[in-house]
Write a protein that binds this ligand. Structure first.
Ligand SMILES: [Zn+2]
Length: 326
């Protein structure tokens, strides 16, 4: 391996760069890498667009951050940049069955630098496949680069965290909570893992007996979507928070459950005095409340709301009934 004499090291982590500073950093990186490698900036730009899947100009800030990561990687390991043949791009394997109806990714590449998944916030090591989902419509925000689990498997082989994220983003956008049969199974298993679930404070306030019956039906009939109310979704979160904490396990789940409960409470009480005349009381209000959190949580750091629907836009599930959260 040949190390360049002049490495490209941005002044800030690519995760925190934005706006003109980010655009400037991409250009600085291209200039530095081209000069150190002894090739033209045009060739660096072409290879960069190939690796990221889009030019820095046409892409969004998530793409430009990925471009910075790629330039940092090339500045230390120029072999793939200097090779005449372009490196192979990853090939995806989408799951079959009910959950295969996730929208097809917009582009995929390799993680070339340590990064964080734009949905579940898991660390993604260099060499792993990462990808972007298509640009969402309406009020949804684009997710960053996603890990393999979030790109392909979160609905076919969901973890509890995948389902909790789903609940959060449905509440964020003000819709009922749509779960497929795999996700219903995860929720049911998580609740039934603790015999004390029905003794929790949250269950006593809002019993989940009827919800459990609906979850079992969804699993038995392999339903594509079972709609739960926001209230039931939040009771599930509160019950799991009590039972998982009681078992002393599931550090990541506890952090996520805490973050959901914190933000839902903030949306209810408006502690940061978000002005209704500027931001209304719906999605923009909830976004602004998230922006003003004094200390970022795993959810506020990534933003939203994110479109986690199963079907392509325009299909029956996308037209989910909307109702106010609170
Ligand atoms: Zn992820």
């Amino acid at each position: 391996m040949t190390l360049f004499d002049v490495g490209f090291r941005p002044q800030a982590s690519p995760d925190t760069l934005r706006g003109t500073a980010l655009i400037r950093t991409v250009q600085e990186g291209i200039t530095t890498v081209a000069s150190a490698a002894g090739i033209s900036e045009t060739r660096v730009r072409e290879r960069l667009a190939y690796m990221v899947g889009i030019t820095a100009e046409a892409g969004d800030e998530h793409d430009r951050r990925q471009a910075v990561r790629q330039l940092m990687a090339w500045s230390l390991e120029p072999a793939s940049l200097l090779a005449r043949k372009k490196p192979r791009k990853p090939v995806s394997q989408r799951p079959k069955g009910v959950a295969c109806r996730l929208p097809r990714h917009a582009r995929v590449t390799w993680a070339c630098h340590q990064m964080v998944c734009g949905l579940c916030a898991d660390p993604v090591p260099p060499g792993e496949l990462v990808g972007r989902m298509p640009t969402p419509a309406f009020y949804y925000q684009p997710m960053g680069w996603l890990c393999t689990q979030c790109l392909y498997l979160r609905r076919a082989q969901p973890r509890l965290r995948d389902v909790l994220l789903r609940i959060f983003h449905h509440v964020f956008v003000g819709s009922g909570i749509g779960l497929n049969c795999y996700e219903c199974a995860v929720v049911l298993r998580s609740i039934e893992a603790d015999l004390a679930a029905s003794n929790t404070v949250a269950w006593k306030i809002d019993p989940l007996d009827g919800v459990l019956i609906r979850l079992r039906t969804s699993i038995r009939e392999e339903k594509h979507t079972t709609w739960l109310s926001v209230a039931d979704g939040l009771t599930i979160v509160a019950v799991l928070r009590e039972t998982i904490a009681g078992r002393g396990s599931g550090e990541q789940e506890i952090a996520l459950l805490d973050a959901i409960m914190q933000h839902v409470e903030e949306w209810r009480t408006n502690p940061y005095r978000v002005e209704a005349r500027r931001f209304g009381t719906g999605i923009r209000y909830r976004q602004e409340t998230l922006n003003r959190v004094p200390r970022d949580t795993v959810l506020s750091a990534l933003g939203g709301p994110f479109d986690l629907h199963q079907c392509e836009p325009g299909s029956e599930v996308s037209s989910a009934p909307m109702d106010q959260v609170m």
